[in-house]
Design a protein. Structure first.
Ligand SMILES: [Zn+2]
Length: 512
């Protein structure tokens, strides 16, 4: 494999740069995870997907990786576009909305983080090495705040502890917001705390003895601000000098700007040289919003409520789309370009994913065939070229549309081969495996039991499918192939595709 260095657009320097890890061949990075007060939507997932692609690309060129992505379960307020976020706590607001379903706020956080992980796995996102939760690192955050106060970077009022922006001369360097009015609360004339020395200062700790989630601090009961958690958990697991930080474009300011200021005040030097941000997506040409009815969570699309009329009929009728088709659709726009998510993209993606499945089935058959078959001319060479091109595209600022197109050339080469020898089938299977490692669009990495959706109806469906799969396995081991085939047909009619792999059987719903 030719030597490659991935290039990424760095928000900090405003240029596309070669990523050079501090430790050669080992990329350490952090990606902001979700706030678990609701189901995550497809725009959130587009940004988690960018981190997943950075991971896969780094591994494909032979690098080691250490990847941390957090779960925010405290401190994220509704008005997070303000420097000093005000409004309600998102978690507390959610509990008020859904109170009867949950015993307490921790129960709600657990419920939505479990849902998040199911969606994460359904979309074939690799797990981070560490997935820290803010509530499990409050002591670390408190220590950091104390350190900032002691070193003169923060001060205490009777409402909380604030970071003093005056002590961070580079404040504004990430977002490019340099003017005082860009750096303070966007709602003019609202001063939440008279004790604040500078309107640009942001909260590190909020004092509130009545808050649902509260911890004891030297200043009284309260809870940490949202920005400090990512600084603290990033440095805790990746050290005070690591390589890269990713997140959605909405996080550049104030969240990441504040992180930079905190990091550098805590460490005394630059902590993270590369910052990568994913643009928001639009749905059918419009900003995604609940009022427009074009707001989709992942489960709206992969396991919809049959009665939820805001989900298009075509998706509801078949009980949701194949999660890999959804992943494919999200990959069809580069992370940094405006991306218009449409039903048509989803349909085209389902078709592309099916082509992969079909060639996989053909390869499985060719691998088992004992008859002598002539080798396909030039197949190995076409596949090698396809993979190299797909990887080059990923190294070019995660050019996913280019990478998908290059990979499809390989699919086409297999489709067009008149015959496949066993050696061809082995080469092509290896190619498919490499493409899957790079893009995650061929094979679900999680077994069927982990892939069930959230609703009860979905669980029942999964149970029924798995019971049939067990029955089929029993029939096969008893040599009753007629029965096994009949069960396979039954599953087929249920819209389920069964795949036999060396390490077991997996299944999934067929595409659109
Ligand atoms: Zn964050």
């Amino acid at each position: 494999m030719a030597d490659r260095t991935p290039r990424l657009y760095n928000t900090l320097t405003r240029t596309t740069e070669a990523v050079e890890p501090r430790e050669e061949g080992h990329l350490r990075f952090y990606s902001c995870g979700p706030t678990v007060y609701n189901y995550a939507h497809i725009g959130n997932f587009r940004s988690f997907l960018t981190a997943d692609l950075i991971l896969r690309t780094a591994r494909a060129i032979g690098w080691e990786t250490t990847y941390v992505s957090n779960i925010t379960d405290v401190g994220h307020l509704t008005q997070d576009d303000l420097v000093d976020p005000s409004g309600e706590d998102r978690m507390a607001q959610a509990l008020e909305r859904e109170g009867e379903r949950f015993a307490n706020i921790y129960d709600l956080a657990r419920y939505y983080s479990d849902a998040l992980l199911r969606d994460w796995h359904a979309l074939n996102l690799r797990d981070p090495d560490v997935r820290p939760r803010a509530t499990e690192h409050v002591t670390d955050q408190l220590e950091a705040v104390i350190k900032l106060v002691d070193s003169g970077h923060a001060y205490v009022t009777d409402k909380g502890v604030y970071f003093s922006v005056e002590t961070a001369p580079d404040y504004g360097k990430l977002s490019g917001n340099r003017e005082a009015e860009q750096l303070q609360a966007t709602e003019r004339d609202i001063v939440e705390d008279e004790g604040k020395r500078d309107p640009r200062d942001f909260a590190l700790w909020k004092l509130d003895e009545n808050h649902l989630m509260k911890w004891h601090s030297p200043w009284g009961w309260g809870y940490p601000g949202w920005h400090i958690e990512c600084s603290v958990m990033g440095m805790r697991y990746l050290g005070d000098q690591f390589d890269l930080h990713a997140g959605g474009e909405d996080l550049i300011f104030p969240h990441h700007e504040c992180e930079v200021a905190q990091n550098e005040a805590l460490a005394g030097h630059e902590v993270i040289p590369y910052w990568v941000h994913t643009r928001f997506l639009q749905v059918e040409g419009e900003k995604m919003s609940k009022s427009k009815g074009n707001f989709y969570t992942v489960r709206d699309l992969i396991a919809p409520d049959p009665d939820d009329e805001h989900v298009p009929d075509a998706i509801r009728q078949q009980g949701g789309v194949d999660p890999l088709a959804l992943r494919y659709a999200l990959l069809s726009g580069q992370y940094r370009k405006p991306f218009n998510f449409t039903l048509k993209t989803l349909r085209d993606s389902a078709r592309a994913v099916k082509r992969y499945r079909d060639v996989q089935a053909r390869l499985d058959e060719a691998l088992q065939s004992t008859s002598e078959t002539a080798a396909a001319t030039g197949l190995a060479e076409s596949l090698r070229e396809s993979y190299e091109e797909a990887l080059d595209a990923m190294c070019d600022d995660l050019n996913t549309p280019g990478s998908l197109a290059a990979a499809l050339k390989g699919v086409k080469a297999i489709e067009q081969a008149d015959s496949l020898s066993a050696a061809d089938a082995r080469t092509a299977t290896e190619w498919l495996h490499d493409i899957n490692n790079l893009l995650g669009i061929v094979e679900p990495q999680h077994a069927a039991t982990e892939r069930t959706g959230g609703s009860d109806g979905d669980d029942d469906f999964a149970e029924q499918v798995e019971s049939l799969i067990r029955e089929r396995a029993d029939a096969r081991s008893a040599g009753d192939y007629d029965r096994a085939d009949a069960i396979r047909d039954e599953l087929d009619e249920m819209g389920v595709e069964v795949k036999d792999n060396p390490d077991g059987t997996t299944w999934e719903r067929k595409g659109l």
